[in-house]
Design a binder for this molecule. Structure first.
Ligand code: CUA
Length: 383
């Protein structure tokens, strides 16, 4: 028996080696597929501003240093395994104490590397803590809600507060200071091309700043960057996205000046306006910044959790100037808006519109197609 199994061994070994090689190849391909990301979209490999650039530099140096260490250590290990492998007829190696010089080198080099990277990281932390002295930052309050983002510009609109949702506009080459809040659970603010993540915590203000530099952006302005909530915050967490549009200061100013200017609306949209007033204003504001008292009552309604209550919902005042709806999920087009009004839960499972709004009964919209037409007409007329 033994001789048979011995004579089979080389073929068996070869086939299992082949299997292992195939498995290794597949795993390597899977790894590359999983980590594969393009520079478009949510890439951390491209910095559009000073904060992201400092963080990317730190990451790159750390990563490449560790790649060098990895190949050095693994190279020496492989060399030793092959060069000093057991050969037939060789005597057992003599046991020796070790090598003091080598041990000192192997202690000192990693210590220098870790200390160096650690100290540099602390310097970068201080450097990205606040915008440069003497700069003129624009302040934005960002509040996270399940599952959308609210942006408030307390001083952008010439004394008029601006509140918008899911799309933040920022002037290029100017520091933007952010105060991050949450109304419900912990979320996280993340626009990889502008900065790393920072948690948005209920009852606690977190601060960060970002900036987009024109000399780092190849394309013509305005440029849209992608953001995403980066903290598991409930059923629609993965669908809690937002966008940041980088624009010239003059374009930003004209957007801010046009905010809440009433548009000229058609007859059809007038009907839509009535439908909106009768059904939607418990949760959405459409004619300027939300009234703080109303916001507070919406939040209270949400936190008490009764079935039909007001809840915080995106401010729609500048809806027509936005690119997307449903927290960056789909392009803002008539077709998509119609689909959203018909079946919000099918598009963004878990969102509170179909569950809480009076005009949805059992998840189904109670408006007829004419009313929806009018509502869409009105919504897309808004500025
Ligand atoms: Cu908000 Cu995840």
């Amino acid at each position: 028996m033994q001789s048979t199994s011995n004579s089979n061994r080389p073929t068996g070994r070869r086939s299992s080696l082949k299997k292992r090689t195939v498995m290794f190849g597949l795993l390597a391909a899977l790894f590359l597929f999983v980590v594969g990301c393009s520079k478009d979209g949510m890439s951390t490999w491209e910095a559009f501003g000073p904060v992201a650039q400092l963080q990317l530099d730190l990451f790159n140096v750390t990563m490449w240093l560790m790649v060098i260490v990895f190949f050095l250590v693994e190279g020496v290990l492989l060399y030793a395994i092959i060069r000093y492998r057991k050969r037939p007829g060789q005597p057992k190696p003599t046991q020796i104490h070790g090598n003091n010089t080598l041990e000192i080198v192997l202690t000192i080099v990693p210590t220098i590397l870790v200390l160096g990277l650690g100290i540099w990281s602390v310097f970068i932390l201080f450097e990205i803590d606040a915008p440069p002295e003497g700069s003129d930052p624009l302040h934005v309050n960002v509040t996270a809600h399940q599952w959308w983002f609210e942006f408030e510009y307390p001083d952008a609109g010439n004394g008029k507060k601006i509140i918008t949702a899911n799309e933040m506009r920022i002037p290029v080459d100017r520091p933007i200071t952010l105060s991050l809040f949450s109304d419900d659970v912990i979320h996280s603010f993340w626009v990889p091309k502008l900065a790393g993540k920072l948690d948005m915590v209920p009852t606690h203000e977190n601060k960060m700043w970002i900036q987009a530099d024109s000399d780092k952006i190849d394309e013509d302005l305005p440029v849209t960057l992608f953001g995403q909530c980066a903290e598991l915050c409930g059923i629609a967490h993965a669908l809690m996205r937002f966008r940041v549009t980088v624009m010239e200061q003059a374009d930003f100013d004209s957007w801010a000046a046009g905010y809440s200017e009433p548009p000229a609306i058609t007859d059809k949209a007038k009907k839509g306006k009535q439908i909106f007033a009768a059904n939607c204003t418990l949760c959405h504001t459409i004619d300027g910044p939300d009234d703080p008292a109303l916001s507070a009552s919406r939040l209270k309604g949400f936190l008490t959790g009764a079935d039909i209550t007001p809840v915080p919902a995106p401010n729609l005042t500048d809806l027509r100037t936005r690119q997307t709806l449903a927290a960056g999920l789909m392009d803002l087009t008539e077709t998509n808006l119609r689909a959203w009004l018909h079946d919000p839960d099918g598009i963004k499972p878990g969102n509170y519109m179909a569950a809480r709004a009076v005009l949805y009964q059992g998840g189904t919209v109670t408006l007829d197609e004419d009313q929806i037409d009018a509502l869409i007409g009105y919504l897309l007329d808004l500025r």
